[in-house]
Design a protein around this ligand. Structure first.
Ligand SMILES: *Cc1c(COP(=O)(O)O)cnc(C)c1O
Length: 358
């Protein structure tokens, strides 16, 4: 039964006896072994399935802590800027606790499923005619002027909750892996994983820390370029961020772990996205595929991972972004309800299979 992050990892979180132990069943996500992608890389590859969280992304791990602490502090309203998943998570946990939820999203730039989640949970959604970075600036300003608790990853409780994913990886493998590949947007998650790996290091089950391999999208890669990107662009909307709030955290995670932050192109992201779905049965969102794209790119460029344990973080489910999915897949075949015609379409007129893989 989903105990939730607050109960399961209470001793590692900044809780007090009166912090409400709320949960929607977040955490305890599966670590799934690769069947196909590991053949190409030669490593032992696992996927950390964060799309299995209640609102479909890892954001729930941090949000449950941030919202519990907001309730404990007597806050009546929470606010965030979001590329989508943070707002979906804030809306769900806020609704659960009877809080007012205000979310600022860059207009026209968030996936439909995420918008639907926030709206149906009753959040006040304001579409900003601008970027995510501008939305975050406004959200910060509003939380300074009003008693609204900011629940972006600038809220320190978010990272505390998110670090629990690293604990679970260690518990599932019996030790930390050699490498962790992870998408980087606002850089909260890579910062949180690194903290989690460090906190467990030296304890019973953790004899080492992984190399942290963060990946931004090429058109939205401020950390790789070394300067903010004014007009970030990528198909991976969850990492379309030009000035990451946790920039230094990502740099530190890369440097201290012997890893680093790199970039993958949209073509590489979409290749990994299709491959994950068609060869592994894992339908993730485009941003999540940046981790696997990073792994494939690194090994193709000569990184040898033979015999190494690798975890790729699959940050969110593909169901939220049907537009990207449909743009990457063939149209369904339309046929009248006639057995022979359908049979012909299935078997193909040339005798061979007419099935096309993505
Ligand atoms: C938020 C998010 C990211 C990026 O995480 P950061 O903490 O902003 O670096 C990646 N993938 C998905 C699906 C997300 O929702």
């Amino acid at each position: 039964m989903g105990r939730g992050v607050l109960t399961q990892y209470a001793e590692f979180l900044p809780l007090t006896p009166v912090t409400p132990r709320i949960t929607l069943g977040e955490g305890e996500t599966p670590l799934v072994r690769s069947r196909q992608i590991e053949r190409e890389t030669g490593g032992e590859v696992y996927f950390k399935m964060e799309g299995c969280n209640p609102t479909g992304s890892f954001k729930d791990r941090g949000m449950v802590v941030a919202v519990a602490k907001a309730v404990e502090a007597g806050s009546q309203a929470i606010i965030c800027a979001s590329t989508g998943n943070t707002s979906a998570s804030a809306a769900a946990f806020g609704a659960r606790c009877g809080l007012r939820v205000i979310v600022l999203v860059p207009q026209g730039r968030i996936a439909l499923g995420k918008l639907a989640q926030a709206l149906v949970c009753g959040a006040q959604v304001i579409a900003i005619e601008g970027s995510f970075d501008q939305s975050l600036e406004v959200a910060r300003g509003l939380s300074d002027r009003h008693p609204f608790t900011l629940v972006n990853s600038l809220n320190p409780y978010r990272l505390e909750g998110q670090k629990t994913a690293a604990f679970e990886v260690i518990e599932a493998l019996g030790d930390a892996p050699d490498y962790l590949f992870i998408p980087v947007g606002n850089a909260g998650n890579i910062t949180a994983y690194w903290r989690g790996f460090q906190e467990f290091h030296g304890r019973e089950k953790s004899s080492r820390t992984p190399r942290m391999m963060g990946f931004q999208a090429e058109g939205s890669a401020p950390i790789v370029r070394g300067e903010p990107v004014a007009d970030p662009h990528t198909v991976a909307s969850a990492i379309r961020i030009g000035n990451p709030a946790l920039w230094q955290g990502a740099v530190a995670a890369g440097n201290e772990s012997g890893g680093g932050v790199g970039a993958v192109s949209d073509d590489e992201i979409l290749e990994a996205y299709r491959l994950l779905a068609s060869a592994e049965g894992i339908f993730c969102e485009p941003a999540s595929a940046a981790s696997v794209a990073g792994l494939l790119k690194s090994t193709r460029q000569g990184l040898s991972v033979a015999g190494k344990q690798i975890v790729c973080v699959i940050t969110g489910t593909g169901l939220k972004d049907p537009d990207t999915a449909m743009s990457q897949a063939p149209e369904p075949t339309v046929i009248p309800p006639d057995l022979e015609q359908i049979e012909k379409a299935i078997i193909g007129t040339l005798g061979g299979s007419s099935w096309t893989r993505l």
